[in-house]
Design a protein around this ligand. Structure first.
Ligand code: HEM
Length: 333
């Protein structure tokens, strides 16, 4: 009896997921000016070199893997994947100075990779490609999928904090808001629910979710969507004025790329408003539900790889466009 009801539940979930998949427009095959192994002749072995360096870096600090994954996302959503996020400015007007980027980390890792790669192949490999490769390797070294990345991006020369403020999705965004931010980058609701799975890694600072804990409607209340025990823990870590403490986005397995995020979201322990938002849409909710089955890990890995490659194509500069910088942080004409 128990097994027949669980198998019919699985069947229903699979049907819901199939419906969700078709309605959410599963990643369509698209023409891309990028290609795998773009540097096979101009800088052979660059991906192996990057991986070797990252292995050492991650051995010292495994938490930086989460930083590198987020770094790539924040780069791609603002003027495309062109490493404009890496650029320094003297007057605080570059992307990295915008509020949503103040907690982004991993810049020094990309710069260290660039130094190594420049020693082998000067002025050949773009910073934007290094960010893409590093994000993939961050996932791989967290026990996630190891997928082929496309390369051939060039670096942008414009970096403006105002663009970052405008184009990065807000932590308290609901489904309608988040969908709009993703659609603006040609990414679907399916990409949204899949890429949100990146929150299986890393942490958030208290201000990113304190509204949910201390002031949900402006009346000093908590978000009723939060699990009561989880809310108590968040309260204990994050007083209303605490800006420095961090909380894992996936409490159970913070450093492991797995389905833990979707279990948290379904269990009303999604940390950010944007995480909980997935529960409030029937199609994305069906995906979350499906990912609460251990046998869905391969599906998640495949979906994540597809959506990451798609995100890696957003607004890219190729061919004669843009530049190849010697240092990722220093502007060149
Ligand atoms: C759906 C819209 C998204 C929103 C609103 C969002 C927002 C956030 C926020 C507020 C944080 C915590 C920042 C802090 O307080 O330190 C965070 C962390 C993170 N995000 Fe997202 N994010 C979204 C999508 C993504 C995507 C698409 C990726 C990557 C593919 C990603 C990867 C990460 C990672 C890995 C962390 C942890 C970073 C660390 O530990 O340093 N996020 N995100």
């Amino acid at each position: 009896m128990a097994s027949s009801s669980s198998s019919s539940r699985t069947t229903i979930l699979l049907l819901m997921a199939a419906a969700a998949a078709s309605l959410l427009c599963l990643a369509q095959a698209e023409e891309s000016p990028l290609k795998q192994d773009f540097y096979s002749e101009t800088c052979p072995g660059v991906e192996e070199l990057v991986r070797k360096e990252l292995k050492k870096i991650f051995a010292d600090d495994s938490t930086i893997r989460a930083g590198l994954l987020r770094l790539h996302f924040h780069d791609c959503f603002v003027r495309g994947c062109d490493a404009s996020l890496m650029l320094d400015s003297h007057n605080g007007t570059a992307e990295k100075h915008a509020d949503p980027n103040l907690t982004v980390r991993g810049y020094e890792v990309i710069e260290a990779l660039k130094l190594k790669v420049e020693a082998e192949c000067p002025l050949v490999v773009s910073c934007a490609d290094l960010m893409t490769i590093a994000a993939r390797d961050a996932v791989k070294f967290s026990d996630g999928p190891d997928y082929p990345v496309e390369t051939g991006r060039r670096d942008g020369n414009i970096s403006m904090a105002a663009d970052a403020k405008r184009d990065l999705p807000p932590a308290d965004g609901n489904v309608t808001v988040l969908t709009k931010y993703f659609a603006a980058k040609n990414l679907t609701m399916k990409d949204l629910v899949v890429l949100s799975g990146a929150h299986t890694l890393g942490v958030a600072h208290c201000p990113s979710f304190s509204g949910r804990v201390h002031n949900h409607t402006g009346a000093g209340d908590a978000d009723p969507a939060l699990d009561a025990g989880y809310l108590a823990k968040l309260n204990a870590t994050c007083g209303p004025a605490n800006v420095a403490s961090v909380v894992p986005l996936d409490a159970a397995t913070t450093d492991k790329f797995d389905l833990g995020y979707y279990q948290s979201v379904r269990g009303r322990k999604g940390l950010l408003g944007s995480d909980d938002a997935l529960n409030h849409d029937s199609l994305m909710g069906a995906y979350v539900e499906l990912m609460n089955n251990a046998s869905s890990l391969d599906t998640f890995f495949q979906d994540f790889a597809v959506s990451m490659v798609k995100m890696g194509r957003v607004g890219v500069l190729t061919g004669e466009e843009g530049v190849i910088r010697e240092s990722c942080t220093i502007f060149v004409d």
